[in-house]
Design a protein. Structure first.
Length: 415
């Protein structure tokens, strides 16, 4: 074999080695950051003078529309999320990757060594100032489309955009780019696999809750698979909501719900709680920490913070002329059944049991007891010597409970 033949054989072997590794990592379910770190390290080991890699990947998420990953040879991988915007920001519109989408080109290369003037892309001027010598970008669409169908940069299909930057003395060689091009489909496929699993996890957690989402994704999907657990249950319920629906326009009502719910969910999750259900104008959550005492304390901390934040939020909404309402907060501790209930083709990961019903009933007693925070006797007993000042409200008969129950509230001195 002559020198040229040996050179091509070595290049083929390098390409086959990288492709095999990408397919294996894709089959193993590697995360995007793990995959990209290993891919870049292997390119460097194969002699590619890679300085920077950037990946922009579409996402299916209620909060953001894309993911970005950056690898630098001396820093490793970092990631960022791209939120939804009505109009694209200026930096994105003036980038080489936007140009790829807008022009319909499959590749873009600019040898920064050869340029006597500034690039039309500000990013490339910045990279040149940092020592970059060559830039290559390519895109892969990960869904079936007609060849003539133009891509709208403001509404991109599922896909991935990737750029490779070199700071080698001569930039990328033809062999370097051949290796990049030949392994690109496998890289895109592995990234799609990782993104799909992340998307499934994100959406399950958004729609089912963090704990239930993790359980479903890990395989708890059989109808009737239930777990019996002890937990502290919390019910957040907006006051006079029925009357509000009659006098408040729909969009304004939804905006109000999102405002209050966003605050409450953040606080519950901050204290280790899991959202179980949105029940119209209410939220059912549970605290199931390592010990019952920790669960009770977390629940108490959460309801106190929610009450304070409701007061602050209502003051803000009133100042802006927006509709406001109050809230009742109930805590109860008991045994619940937690798992899959429903039909074979429509399941719900939920909770059932007398403790759930009693928690909701406690909230409905706020007029009778004159308090907006109501705690059951089991919560007070579990909490023990809590830092919160628990005050008895007396004993009450509750529907479905044979014996009268002592109820409590949390006393806070006026500020």
């Amino acid at each position: 074999m002559d020198a040229a033949g040996q050179f091509h054989a070595e290049a083929d072997a390098s390409s086959a080695q990288l492709i095999s590794w990408l397919l294996q990592r894709g089959l193993e379910g590697a995360r995007q950051d793990e995959l990209l770190h290993g891919y870049c390290e292997r390119l460097v080991e194969l002699g590619v003078p890679l300085y920077r890699l950037h990946v922009a990947q579409s996402a299916f998420h209620p909060k953001y529309g894309g993911l970005g990953f950056n690898w630098f040879r001396d820093q490793g991988v970092s990631s960022e999320e791209y939120g939804y915007t009505e109009t694209p920001n200026a930096a994105w519109v003036r980038s080489p990757l936007y140009h790829l989408l807008d022009s319909g080109e499959q590749e873009y290369r600019e040898r920064l060594l050869d340029s006597n003037g500034d690039s039309r892309f500000p990013l490339l001027n910045e990279l040149r100032e940092r020592g970059a010598t060559d830039y290559f970008a390519a895109g892969v669409i990960l869904e079936k489309r007609a060849h003539f169908e133009r891509i709208d940069p403001a509404n991109t299909p599922e896909g991935v955009l990737i750029s490779w930057t070199s700071n080698g003395p001569d930039g990328f060689s033809d062999t370097d780019l051949r290796l990049v091009r030949e392994s690109l489909p496998q890289l895109a496929l592995a990234l799609k696999s990782a993104a799909n699993r992340q998307m499934a996890g994100d959406l399950l957690q958004v729609y089912l809750g963090r704990d239930a989402g993790r359980r479903v994704l890990s395989g708890e999907i059989q109808r009737g698979s239930l777990q019996q657990i002890d937990a502290v249950l919390c019910y957040f319920d907006l006051k006079d909501f029925t009357a509000l629906t009659e006098r408040t326009p729909g969009p304004e009502l939804i905006a109000m719900l999102n405002d209050y719910f966003g605050m409450a969910v953040a606080i519950i999750q901050e204290h280790g709680g899991n959202i179980l259900k949105f029940l119209g104008d209410g939220i059912l959550a549970m605290f199931n920490l390592e010990t019952p005492e920790q669960s009770a304390e977390a629940g108490l901390d959460a309801v106190v913070q929610m009450r304070r934040c409701m007061e602050q939020k209502n003051a803000e909404r009133q100042a802006q002329g927006e509709t406001t309402t109050g809230v009742t907060l109930a805590l109860h501790a008991g045994e619940i059944l937690y798992g899959n209930i429903g039909a074979e083709n429509r399941l719900d990961f939920t909770v059932i049991g007398p403790a759930v019903n009693l928690t909701v009933r406690l909230s409905g007693l706020h007029r009778s007891v004159g308090r907006n925070i109501i705690l059951s006797e089991p919560v007070a007993e579990i909490a023990g010597h809590t830092a919160h000042d628990l005050v008895s409200l007396g004993r009450y008969m509750l529907r479905g409970v044979s014996e009268p129950q002592e109820l409590y509230t949390i006393y806070e001195a006026p500020a």
